[in-house]
Design a protein around this ligand. Structure first.
Ligand code: 4NP
Length: 145
C-alpha cells in the first residue's frame, strides 16, 4: 500500500500528515509506504517550514530530513491513495491529470492552510491531521486495499 498526501507547498500540511501517519503505522507494525508532495513549485527542494518542524518535534515526529517535492503525473500510477489536503489543492491537481480515471484514487480532505498564521495554527493543524490519520488507518485496515 502506498499513500501520498498532497498540499500546495509541501512544507506545512502534507509533511505533517506524512510524519504523523508514518509514526502511527510504525507503532502498529504496518509497513505501508507514505510520502508527500505539493502541487506548486515554489518550495521544491526546501526543508519543511520551521513551524512545521517545531510542531512535529513537540509530538515526537522528526521531519528534519524532509525535502519538498512537486506532484508529477506518474504519481497517479505510483500511489494507491492520493489525499489532497484541501479543495484548492484538488483544483491545482487537475493540471497533472492526463486521464480522468486517475482521479479515482484521489480523496479530498479539508485542512486550513496554517502558512499565513502563527505557531498556534500549526498546533491546531497537527491535532486535526492526527485525528484524521486515526480514521484513515481504520478505513484502510477495514478495506485492506
Ligand atoms: P502547505 O502550505 O501547502 O500546507 O505546504 C503552503 C506553503 C506555502 C505556500 C502555500 C501553502 N506558498 O504558496 O508559498
Amino acid at each position: 500500500m502506498k499513500i501520498l498526501f498532497t498540499c500546495l507547498g509541501n512544507i506545512c500540511r502534507s509533511p505533517i500528515a506524512e510524519g504523523v501517519l508514518r509514526k502511527k503505522m510504525k507503532a502498529m507494525g504496518l509497513t505501508w509506504q507514505v510520502a508527500s508532495n505539493g502541487t506548486n513549485r515554489y518550495h521544491k527542494g526546501d526543508a519543511a517550514d520551521q513551524r512545521t518542524i517545531a510542531v512535529c518535534h513537540d509530538h515526537g515526529v522528526d521531519i528534519r530530513s524532509h525535502i519538498a517535492r512537486r506532484f508529477k503525473t506518474t504519481d497517479f500510477s505510483e500511489y494507491d491513495h492520493i489525499i489532497c489536503m484541501a479543495e484548492d489543492v484538488f483544483i491545482e491537481l487537475q493540471e497533472f491529470v492526463t486521464d480522468k480515471n486517475q482521479l479515482q484514487k484521489v480523496q479530498i480532505i479539508s485542512f486550513n492552510d496554517p502558512w499565513y498564521g502563527g505557531q498556534e495554527g500549526f498546533d491546531e493543524c497537527y491535532r486535526a491531521i492526527a485525528t484524521y490519520c486515526d480514521t484513515l488507518l481504520e478505513e484502510l485496515l477495514a478495506n485492506k486495499n
